[in-house]
Design a protein around this ligand. Structure first.
Ligand code: GTP
Ligand code: MG
Length: 421
């Protein structure tokens, strides 16, 4: 009750603007933030999607002026895979933990239906890991390695024609989960005169198919002009290279051809600098922020709803976490009871079935035994009859034999008496 009054009083006080009569020191707050962030370092995670050999690794090398030594991927993978590598980079006193994720085997399968699936699964897994950490009782988001993808560089093949339907389908599946920046890969292979038309066709196809690509933000005045100009230049036509040449006394990355040289960082040659400017210098924080507040938020909402949490009941009454938990618990208990009851019934049923089965088997055995017994008795009776018959025959035979013997003795005796006479 007393708490309630306190709240009421504070609310009643309202908000008043006051002027300080001297320097207090909280104007150093932004500096404190900067120091804290710098000390902690940053995570930045890039996903590169593009066909095998379209120049993903080379572009990342060029963007960070490093050599990440990626091994090329074979063209015969049975399905799309994702390769993730993390690097610790430092510029001035700022530490960046960079994670580069790259598709392997993208567009190489004959059936391309599942091309986006591996990517969607990967993006969701990273969101899920973050959500799990957030929902822990003892969470440690400060030391947690946040691998949620902040930007997806989507490499469009430099056909000069138009964007492939595989790319449209894939981008459409991803645009609610990640900030997509489309780029035209190996732009040095398209004639300069064809580039504006190619770009226009891609933009039109993306628009017609309702693909939401990342828009550089125009709400901050300091970069609004630049960003809105750059929004019109997307997709950036990029060139990457690991080779360096010397131009005006400086080493620069370039691609050399018999007919000339394409410098990666020359704005007259390609949009590489624009991409780097937008990605790393101007909008890195916006990309990180949008990932958290837009894409992750969407994932989090749908996952929590799936788990049965809601802010309001069906009749629009606010519902507390405690209530939701209690409702869920009750529902869970009921579910468990029904399940238990169903299992018990099933068990009883099974036992009955088994019992009946055993009984029939026993009956069968019994019948079989009876049959055998009668058969046996019958056989014994037959044997006995036969034995009796044989015995009678033997008796008869013996009698006959005795009679014959008596007869023979009589005749011998008769013969003897005859001879004596
Ligand atoms: P996987 O990881 O194997 O799928 O390939 P990837 O997309 O990482 O391509 P990678 O950077 O390994 O480049 C493949 C080949 O394309 C190499 O021979 C590069 O020199 C070449 N290449 C890369 N970028 C460009 C480019 O901007 N223009 C041209 N013309 N060739 C490029
Ligand atoms: Mg590669």
């Amino acid at each position: 009750m007393s708490n309630h009054h306190q709240v009421m009083r504070v609310l009643g006080g309202g908000n008043r603007d006051l002027r300080l009569s001297g320097h207090v020191g909280f104007d150093s707050f932004p500096d404190q933030l900067v120091t804290k962030c710098v000390n902690k370092g940053f995570d930045f995670n890039i996903l590169c999607i593009g066909e095998t050999g379209c120049g993903k690794s080379t572009l990342i090398d060029s963007l960070f002026k490093s050599s990440f030594n990626d091994t090329p991927v074979v063209h015969r993978l049975p399905e799309v895979k994702l390769e993730q590598n993390t690097y610790n980079l430092q510029e001035s006193n700022v530490n960046l933990r960079l994670t580069v994720v790259s598709t392997a085997g993208f567009g190489d399968q004959i059936n391309k239906e599942n091309s986006a699936k591996a990517v969607v699964t990967y993006l969701d897994q990273q969101f899920e890991q973050y959500l799990t950490e957030e929902l822990k009782i003892r969470r440690d988001l400060v030391h947690f390695h946040d691998t949620r993808i902040h930007v997806c560089l989507y490499f469009i093949a430099p056909t000069g024609h138009s964007i492939k339907s595989l790319d449209l389908v894939c981008m459409k599946e991803l645009d609610k989960k990640v900030n997509i920046i489309p780029v035209i890969a190996k732009a040095d292979t398209i004639a300069r005169s064809e580039l504006p038309q190619f770009k226009a066709r891609i933009t039109e196809e993306l628009r017609a198919n309702g693909v939401q690509i990342y828009q550089f933000p125009t709400d901050d005045e300091t970069v609004a002009d630049l960003n809105s100009k750059m929004n019109d230049q997307v997709p950036f036509a990029v060139v990457g290279s690991t080779d360096e040449i010397v131009v005006g006394g400086h080493k620069v990355r370039a691609r050399q051809y018999p007919w000339g040289t394409v410098e990666v960082e020359n704005e007259a040659h390609c949009d590489f600098v624009k991409l780097r400017e937008m990605l790393l210098r101007t909008n890195m924080e916006d990309l990180r922020e949008k990932t958290h507040s837009k894409h992750y938020e969407l994932y989090r909402q749908s996952r929590l709803q799936q788990m049965g949490f809601a802010d309001k009941t069906a009749d629009n009454r606010p519902v507390s976490l405690q209530e939701t938990y209690e409702i869920k618990r009750q529902q869970h208990l009921r579910d468990m009871q029904t399940k238990e009851e169903r299992m018990r019934q099933m068990f009883v049923q099974k036992v009955k079935e088994k019992e009946a089965e055993l009984k029939t088997a026993e009956q069968r055995l019994h019948d079989e035994f009876e049959k055998l017994r009668t058969k046996n008795q019958e056989e014994k009776r037959l044997q006995d009859d036969k034995k009796r018959q044989l015995e009678e025959e033997i008796n008869l035979f013996n009698k006959k034999k005795a009679a014959v013997q008596a007869q023979r003795a009589q005749s011998e005796r008769d013969a003897m008496s005859k001879r004596r006479k």
